[in-house]
Design a protein around this ligand. Structure first.
Ligand SMILES: Cc1cc2nc3c(=O)[nH]c(=O)nc-3n(C[C@H](O)[C@H](O)[C@H](O)COP(=O)(O)O)c2cc1C
Length: 218
């Protein structure tokens, strides 16, 4: 039975929607594991968020000192120029006391992503996040090719060996996720259907995986 903190940054809602599906997957896993969703502190002003047509979400804000209470973490990271957004980096940079104390040592972490485009840098976002795990001696748990859907090239889907992920239509980048977002993903839960929207009803895109790795390994 593991306590998993899902820690996200989301400006347009795609990562938040993925986080909610992942939470359902963990809770439906039958392991007794629990998952709580947090967000990292925002660094943008309300004026800038409005200019970016983004949103603010009503989620608890994680503090570095709370991290020690979890067995594992899933970080939801929307790609920014092939890397993590400044908000996630600022949170990672605020964990110096935990690093000195070694309080995150031997915990587990995975990641999940959203990009606007198919080749927009999901792997590089994961790759560049790993340094934080390494310095804290946190075990990074990738997805590998643990689901057949990850080998399917017949259409554009999210997900890969690094993590669960989704591609949202670049045209919708400047809009908070709505019923016309063309999001698709390979998700972690048997109940991960909620993200499928009006323009994206193909059965093949409603695929999902039965378990999220952290439920089984912690
Ligand atoms: C400043 C900025 C930079 C971005 N950089 C990339 C990028 O390098 N590659 C990509 O595919 N999408 C990029 N995007 C799109 C976001 O990664 C994408 O919309 C993401 O799914 C948003 O997640 P959210 O809805 O949870 O905020 C960028 C968006 C912004 C605002």
């Amino acid at each position: 039975m593991a306590v998993i903190y899902i820690i996200i940054y989301s400006l347009y809602g795609h990562i938040k929607a993925l986080a909610e599906e992942i939470q359902k997957g963990i809770e439906a896993s039958g392991t007794g594991s629990t998952a709580k969703i947090f967000q990292v502190p925002e660094t943008l002003s309300p004026e800038i968020i409005a200019k970016m047509h983004g949103a603010s979400f009503d989620l608890p804000i994680i503090s570095p000192s709370e991290l020690k209470n979890a067995d594992g973490f899933l970080f939801g990271i929307p790609t920014r120029f092939g890397n993590m957004p400044a908000e996630m980096k600022a949170f990672f940079d605020s964990t110096g006391q935990e690093w000195v104390a070694g309080s995150l040592r031997d915990k587990f972490a995975g990641t999940f992503f959203a990009t606007g485009t198919q080749h927009g840098g999901q792997e590089t976002t994961a790759y560049t996040a790993i340094t934080w795990f390494v310095h804290h001696a946190i075990n990074y748990v990738p997805l590998g090719y643990t689901a057949d859907e990850l080998r399917d090239n017949t259409e554009i889907v999210g997900g890969g060996p690094w993590a669960t992920s989704m591609n949202n239509n670049t045209n919708n980048n400047n809009n908070v996720i709505t019923t016309n977002s063309t999001s698709n993903f390979v998700g972690p839960s048997t109940t991960s259907r909620g993200l499928i929207t009006e323009e994206n009803k193909s059965e093949k895109k409603k695929r999902s995986m039965k378990a999220w790795f952290c439920c089984g390994c912690i």
